[in-house]
Design a protein around this ligand. Structure first.
Ligand code: UDP
Length: 243
């Protein structure tokens, strides 16, 4: 354990899926996962008891695996079923999406054929702004508006493509296809760039490799039913538990 104390700490921020609390170490925050689902820029919402626990367990397990593979992370350790400790960072206002297979917004935006395996991973940037609906942007937008430097973008691309490879390797033997996912990055007090936020069925698309079943937030977005069952299934496979 890191020895950081976090009892009765002040809430710093509440987002759609997590709350952040201060700890007695100014460089460390406590991240608490909520039971809320949101989609379509917050227009669709629901509470599902047990969702926060599953995302915390899944995200922590994935971060532990990435840490072993030397990916620079804000994640420190999982504290309990709902909470993890993380390095305090300032989040860059960019969402970094990688697509291996076409689905979701790229099908709507470009009329791409659904479910097409791309010849190589496609990396996209979105400007994080709820009021604008997180518009897609180019690297030039990020540079010119000062959201990231050339060096940041090159580090972000390198880390993101490495994470894509690592996640594919993690999930393929579990019978899960990594279709696409979103990452966020932050900077710690010394200016180091760290992979932040979460990696979970809220932020990734996971398809069962034999049945094609959706094992992610698309079950909520598209009303496919048994949303928590899909998250539970991802956790069951990741944790190596049977039944
Ligand atoms: N994604 C996310 N947060 C967002 C937007 C997208 O985590 O605000 C994830 C989403 O779960 C998927 C990938 O990024 O794994 C690509 O999403 P897409 O652009 O297809 O958007 P969507 O269809 O979710 O609107």
């Amino acid at each position: 354990m890191s020895g950081v104390k976090y009892a009765r700490s002040e809430m710093l921020y509440e987002g759609k899926a997590k709350r952040l609390y201060a700890t007695d170490d100014p460089e460390v925050v406590l991240v608490e996962y909520k039971d809320s689902f949101t989609a379509f820029n917050g227009e669709k919402r629901a509470e599902m008891s047990g969702k926060g626990r599953l995302n915390n367990l899944i995200s922590s397990r994935i971060f532990e695996y990435l840490a072993k593979n030397d990916v620079p992370l804000h994640f420190i350790e999982r504290v309990d079923e709902l909470r993890q400790l993380a390095v305090r960072v300032r989040i860059l206002p960019l969402e970094v999406v990688v697509r291996n297979i076409t689905t979701g917004s790229i099908v709507k935006r470009l009329g791409a054929e659904e479910g097409r395996r791309l010849p190589r991973p496609l990396l996209e940037l979105y400007y994080k702004d709820d009021a604008l609906g997180d518009p897609i942007v180019t690297e030039d937008h990020a540079l010119i508006f000062g959201w990231a430097s050339e060096e940041d973008l090159s580090e972000i691309k390198g880390i993101t493509l490495r994470v894509n490879g690592l996640l594919k390797d993690l999930f393929a033997p579990l019978g899960v296809v990594l279709v696409d996912f979103k990452l966020e990055f932050g900077r710690d007090s010394r200016g180091a760039l760290l992979l932040a936020d979460e990696i979970s069925p809220d932020t990734c698309r996971f398809w069962d490799s034999s049945t094609g079943d959706r094992l992610d937030k698309d079950r909520f977005r598209k009303d496919l039913g048994d949303v928590l069952g899909a998250y539970e299934e991802i956790w069951r496979r990741l944790s190596g538990r049977d039944g």
